[in-house]
Ligand binder design. Structure first.
Ligand SMILES: Nc1ncnc2c1ncn2[C@@H]1O[C@H](COP(=O)(O)OP(=O)(O)OP(=O)(O)O)[C@@H](O)[C@H]1O
Length: 574
């Protein structure tokens, strides 16, 4: 069969035009900073207490950082670890470190010294930048590392980040121990440093370790291309306007703040730093700084809606957009936020996908539905980001998509430019994670007839009772609707009769009558029985505070250990 249209193949050269320096450049989010400094040089870029840097200043500071690192031979192939809460230096590291060619590794500040020693060793960190409050933690980690490596230990360059909003003593201590002060380090760098973008967009920009809620930490490596694509993708999905004021309620060390670090430069917005997240600090940011956007795990927003009136500022002075992800929000949480005037966007993703990769894209026709129905639909994790090319729910063995019936369980898998390069030095984990040409999330979900996916559980969290799957998330949704429940988490407990049965760990709201725990537990079980199949109802309810990760996720593995300590649920005599 001849080719359609005019002429023969030799005459068509539509695909023969070559790339050159004028029409092709490696994608990187670093250019966003250069542009922000040109477009809005005087606009506040980073605000932290009395500290305020404009975009022009931020660009100069980042170039200084890159130059100071380069002068010490820190460049491509090197890793710079940063141990800090949400302070300006951590934001600057997202640009300054990759501008030197090196990779930024933002370390979770809630880890212990042994784990940090493991990470610094694994990533071969050449530089450790540490906030003054965490200096002794870093010192302890380096001591552990030195003991382990013995003669082969090459101490990294140790930089301490001082914070004028804090007690100066820890800073003085760090300086006395020979650490270089961050501001002094910056002074050694050139503010006009001619940084170079990566030659290849596949070059690594960031390394982040998984929090280890399901296994030991794995080093997730991200590239410049993915960071660029996602920086634009996360702004687009939210309809984020130019000049947005973003409150850092989400740790920047958690997947680079879901790429909002780089996105804020793309949008020439203002970053409001928060050392410590509290409901009071959030409302104060909204009132005093004009915050328009913030992200966090459900637990942060759950605290916000349950905050005492003295810490609350309602009605909100303007619409405040919040993005919730990191764990499943419940319909009751979404409804409560909506009633208070927050515009909620629900997204879902993992460290391995640069943060969120699905969004429960809102449909205008849902506006007409009753609040309860709206919240139920909104709890679903939704559809893929524009920045992700593939997402499905499949049978993990055959890779065949499950039926879009809202019932058939499968594994959620992703593919595209917003999927990590891989785990650092872990070929076995990479082979498993990328089996069949997809990234395997380890999350179980269903696909609804409208194409929206819904996470049902982590594969490791699903409860199998008498051969039936019970989604711990579904049980939690109901528990959160109980008027006395502040927080709840459900795990499997061994059961003599059914193999496993749900065990609920619950924290009660302030003011709830907890004098008779057995009576409250009975009431909770009754409440569940009226709203779910009998075999879903928790057979045990344990009261107390719930263990959480730095990002506010409930540590289910610790609860599973507690459930194990309780021993099996005895066979009931009928
Ligand atoms: N909107 C959401 N709804 C339900 N679950 C979510 C949502 N967003 C994230 N998650 C859960 O969080 C997980 C990703 O979390 P993250 O990448 O931060 O790893 P982690 O749990 O902190 O650590 P580790 O991978 O070591 O267990 C997802 O796999 C999913 O189980």
């Amino acid at each position: 069969m001849g080719s359609p249209g005019h002429g023969d193949a030799a005459e068509r050269d539509i695909d023969d035009l070559p790339r050159n320096d004028a029409n092709y450049t490696a994608l990187t989010p670093l250019w966003f900073l250069e542009r922000a400094a040109v477009v809005h040089p005087d606009r506040a870029a980073v605000v932290h207490g009395p500290v305020r840097y404009t975009w022009a200043e931020t660009y100069r500071r980042c170039r200084r950082l890159a130059s100071a690192l380069a002068q010490r031979s820190v460049g491509p192939g090197c890793t710079v670890a940063v141990i800090a809460p949400n302070v300006p230096a951590l934001y600057e590291a997202h640009f300054g470190v990759p501008m030197s060619g090196a990779v930024v590794n933002c370390v979770n500040i809630r880890l212990n010294a042994e784990t940090i020693a493991f990470l610094l060793d694994h990533s071969v960190a050449e530089v450790v930048m540490v906030d003054q409050e965490f200096f002794t933690l870093a010192e302890e980690s380096l001591k552990i590392l030195a003991e382990k490596k013995k003669w082969s230990f090459r101490p990294p360059i140790l930089i301490v980040i001082g914070d004028p909003t804090c007690d100066p003593k820890p800073l003085q201590y760090a300086l006395g121990r020979g650490a270089i002060e961050y501001e002094e380090f910056l002074k050694t760098g050139d503010p006009e440093f001619a940084w170079k973008p990566p030659k290849d967009e596949w070059q690594s920009i960031a390394l982040g370790y998984t929090s280890g809620t399901t296994s030991s930490p794995k080093g997730v490596v991200l590239h410049h291309r993915g960071a660029y694509v996602m920086a634009l993708g996360v702004a687009m999905v939210w309809g984020m306007p130019e000049g947005a004021v973003y409150l850092w309620t989400l740790p920047m060390f958690h997947c680079n703040g879901w790429c909002y670090t780089w996105a804020m430069a793309a949008m020439c917005g203002t970053n409001i730093c928060l050392r410590q997240v509290s409901s009071k600090a959030i409302y104060s940011g909204i009132v005093n700084h004009g915050v328009t956007h913030m992200c966090a795990a459900p637990v942060v927003f759950n605290n916000l809606i349950n905050a005492p009136a003295s810490e609350t500022f309602l009605p909100l002075p303007r619409v405040v957009n919040i993005m919730v992800a990191g764990a499943a929000p419940t319909p009751s949480l979404l409804a409560a936020l909506s009633i208070r005037g927050f515009r909620v966007t629900h997204t879902y993703g993992l460290s391995e996908t640069y943060g969120p990769s699905t969004v429960c894209a809102w449909k205008p026709e849902w506006d007409r539905l009753p609040l309860e129905e709206r919240s139920r639909l909104h709890c679903r994790q939704g559809v893929r980001y524009g920045a992700l090319e593939g997402l499905d729910v499949v049978d993990p063995k055959t890779m065949a998509p499950v039926a879009a019936d809202g019932k058939s369980y499968g594994e959620i898998v992703m593919r595209g430019n917003a999927v990590m390069k891989g785990y650092l030095k872990n070929p076995k984990a990479n082979a498993e994670a990328f089996a069949g040409g997809w990234y395997h999330s380890g999350d179980l979900g269903v696909k609804h007839p409208d194409g929206y996916i819904e996470v049902k559980d982590r594969m490791k969290d699903i409860i199998i009772s008498g051969g039936e799957n019970i989604s711990s998330l579904e049980v939690e949704k109901v528990l959160y609707a109980h008027p006395a429940v502040l927080e709840a988490s459900v795990v499997a407990r061994a059961d003599e009769q059914w193999g496993e049965s749900p065990c609920a760990f619950v924290t009660l709201k302030e003011g709830a009558d907890s004098s008779d725990e057995a009576a409250v537990a009975g009431d909770i079980m009754r409440f569940c029985r009226e709203r779910m199949p009998g075999y879903w109802v928790p057979k045990s309810v344990v009261f107390g505070p719930l263990p959480k990760t730095a990002t506010g996720k409930i540590k289910k593995h610790e609860l599973r250990t507690k459930a194990k300590e309780l021993g099996p649920v005895k066979k009931s005599r009928m």
